[in-house]
Design a protein. Structure first.
Ligand code: HEC
Ligand code: HEC
Length: 449
């Protein structure tokens, strides 16, 4: 009996040892393949170029040399971004101080709104992290602060020289040679003449567009004057409490929003157990057969280029407010440059933490990441208005089978998901208000006093 047991134990041990070794072999084969396909996809010929810096390592962050990142700016920007006290330019007095930048860019929703469209002034309610926000009945649809495209995530915005779906903001990069258009085809782009990068430029305009006020009196009242003084002691005090300096602070903060603890980032930094075999197979597809990296090419998997992939618009969802089929925004970069060749081309968005706001593409036409992957796999434009000659030749049928579609979807859903991006939100704001929303219904739903 004892002999039999011993033999059995020995047998099981050998079996286990064998299967273990096999597992390790599979793992290391997948790891090695992923490293090598990423080396090839990297502009620097090394997969390590896809590693994001630590958010507190300011020297390593991409920045506008005219707005160097400092701790003081990041601290101030983090407050201002969530501060509902700024919303004093509301259309109706009952809307005053009820919304913030984060009403449309909610951290738990990957800095997106958690619904087809963002709503700030004119909205009411929060529901479950933004999904229950809707029109306040005293506002007409055309009085609401809603935009004709889905809000972009602000994760990985550091990698952008040119912001917005049209890449219209920022003096350099994609916008070199478009100087004659600034302020002409799109009034807001006048701001590019100041010469700053996309973030610094767009956020000056963003404060204005989203009905927010920055001045000495209000900063005194809300408690931000000292933080402006610490962050911008070099600026003349007559200019310091202004949308320009508020934008410097907010932009410095936004540049720190890196999902650098996502499993894929941990894998890149050496933790080979951070991703499952299926996710590694999905990642290999991303960098090879599926061709995703041809467009999503920075470490943040966004890019400062525009392409047409023929997706539908917000007004077609039937769930949006004040979305106009004639909105110039629907023309993408063409709405800014007026050039035929730019029509319906949109700037490549980042791909981290997308699963928490399941409304994909600029017109929120897809509701799951699998649907998005299937759309790229089919390679057939869904919007007939987009001229075939403008559709990118990189958008074509990919011939992935169901297992490959599953693997790529899993890579997007899990490997690219940093579960703790709320580390970037402040614990409170200086006004003491409720945030990111502060209307009475949101206060109740969010459990604010
Ligand atoms: C009403 C909802 C709403 C509010 C409030 C809002 N945003 Fe946005 N945000 C959007 C939309 C929509 C876009 C995409 C617009 C476009 O490109 O046409 C966007 C895009 C951006 C971008 C560009 C990102 C990229 O990848 O190019 C930045 C930066 C930004 N917002 C910052 C802010 C800041 C800062 C505030 C507060 C001052 C703010 N947003 C408030 C809806 C909103
Ligand atoms: C031709 C360039 C190109 C290729 C190739 C490409 N993308 Fe994109 N991707 C874009 C552009 C441009 C958008 C935004 C389109 C829009 O909304 O109009 C986008 C949007 C997305 C979105 C939605 C993001 C959001 O914020 O809603 C996801 C997810 C995505 N791509 C994943 C992928 C995957 C996975 C692949 C590979 C199968 C891929 N992309 C291949 C250019 C590309």
């Amino acid at each position: 009996m004892r002999r039999i047991t011993t033999v059995f134990v020995l047998f099981v041990t050998i079996l286990l040892a064998h299967s273990c070794r096999n597992d390790q072999l599979t793992v290391s084969r997948l790891d090695a393949t992923l490293e090598s396909v990423m080396d090839k996809a990297s502009p620097e010929n090394t997969y390590t170029s896809f590693i994001m810096p630590e958010s507190g390592d300011y020297a390593a962050l991409i920045q506008d040399p005219r707005n160097p990142i400092t701790e003081e700016k990041v601290t101030l920007g983090r407050f201002l971004f969530f501060e509902t006290g700024l919303g004093l330019d509301a259309i109706k007095s009952s809307g005053e101080q009820t919304f913030s930048c984060a009403s449309c860019h909610i951290p738990e929703r990957g800095f997106m709104p958690g619904r087809v469209q963002g709503i700030a002034d004119g909205g009411i309610g929060f529901g479950d992290l933004g999904d229950g926000r809707t029109r306040h009945h005293i506002y007409e649809e055309n009085e609401m602060d809603v935009q004709g495209a889905r809000p972009l995530s602000l994760l990985n915005a550091a990698y952008l020289t040119n912001t917005s779906w049209a890449g219209a903001f920022g003096a350099g990069g994609l916008n070199e040679g478009t100087e004659h258009l600034w302020g002409v085809t799109n009034a807001a782009t006048e701001v590019n003449h100041l010469g700053y990068a996309g973030l610094e430029s767009q956020n000056i305009e963003g404060l204005h567009l989203h009905r927010m006020v920055i001045n000495k009196e209000l900063m005194d009242e809300l408690g931000y004057t000292a933080l402006f003084d610490q962050a911008f002691s070099d600026a003349p005090s007559s200019e310091r409490y202004s949308p320009l300096y508020a934008s410097f602070a907010i932009s410095a903060y936004l540049r720190t929003l890196l999902p650098n603890e996502a499993p894929f980032q941990r894998w890149l930094k050496g933790d080979r157990t951070a991703m499952s075999d299926q996710e590694k197979e999905g990642a290999i597809l991303f960098f090879t057969k599926a061709g995703c990296v041809n467009c999503h090419r920075t470490a943040g998997l966004n890019a400062n280029d525009v392409y047409a992939i023929g997706v539908k618009d917000l007004f077609e969802t039937g769930e949006s407010f004040n979305a106009d089929p004639d909105d110039k925004r629907l023309l993408g970069r063409g709405g800014f440059t007026g050039k035929q060749e730019d029509m319906y081309k949109f700037r490549v968005p980042q791909l981290y933490n997308l699963k928490t706001s399941p409304f994909y593409f600029h017109g929120s036409s897809k509701r799951s990441l699998r649907e998005v992957v299937e759309y790229f796999n089919d390679g057939v434009p869904e919007n007939d208005i987009v001229p075939t000659e403008n559709i990118s030749p990189l958008f074509h049928p990919l011939n992935m089978d169901e297992d490959e579609i599953d693997a790529l979807t899993k890579f997007l859903e899990h490997s690219l998901y940093d579960e703790d991006v709320t580390r970037y939100a402040p614990p409170y704001i200086l006004s003491g208000n409720c945030f990111p929303n502060n209307d009475v219904l949101s206060q109740v739903q969010m459990g604010c006093e």
